[in-house]
Design a protein around this ligand. Structure first.
Ligand SMILES: [Zn+2]
Ligand SMILES: [Zn+2]
Length: 162
């Protein structure tokens, strides 16, 4: 008989972007784990308590990645219920401020990389990062083609036509 923990991890699919997606049963989008035959608990809460310890009473788990079936505790933050409501989908303006980068990309799912350093969690926009990388590569490519053009020019200097 596998333990509850083994059954739990068998249903988790770790994605390269960082989210650990729950592949088992769901309830309102959140993973639902049958911890015992007569007890079902939200999968993300189970993961959090398993890896981080008990969730303080009165606190609820906020998904920083906004992927409801994600059970990666690095993507979770215990917050008071009121705070979670403020952060939730009920107030689009507040939601926007928190769930978008400064360029307005949604910080959810595969767009967001959650980084933890010195107990602080930050959400980095991967859309911006990809754009920056593209720009950098573009500049490099431009420099390369410019250099090629110059060397071609040099090679043809002194010869007529070309
Ligand atoms: Zn996640
Ligand atoms: Zn962005």
């Amino acid at each position: 008989m596998p333990t509850a923990e083994e059954r739990f991890w068998a249903k988790v699919h770790r994605q390269p972007e960082g989210c650990w997606r729950w592949t088992g049963a769901k309830n309102q989008g959140y993973g639902a784990f049958h911890a015992t035959p007569n007890r079902t608990i939200p999968a993300h809460r189970y993961a959090y308590e398993l890896l981080r310890g008990p969730i303080p009473p009165g606190l609820t788990i906020d998904h920083l990645c906004r992927v409801r079936d994600c059970v990666n505790p690095d993507h979770m933050e215990p917050v008071s219920r009121g705070e979670n409501v403020l952060r939730g989908e009920s107030l689009p303006a507040q939601n926007k401020r928190r769930d978008c980068c400064k360029n307005g990309h949604l910080l959810t799912g595969t767009n967001v990389k959650i980084e933890i350093s010195h107990d602080r969690t930050s959400r980095r926009c991967l859309v911006c990062r990809r754009a920056r990388d593209r720009e950098r590569n573009g500049r490099k490519a431009k420099r390369r083609s410019e250099a090629k053009r110059l060397s071609r020019q040099k090679a043809t200097t002194g010869t007529k036509g070309g």
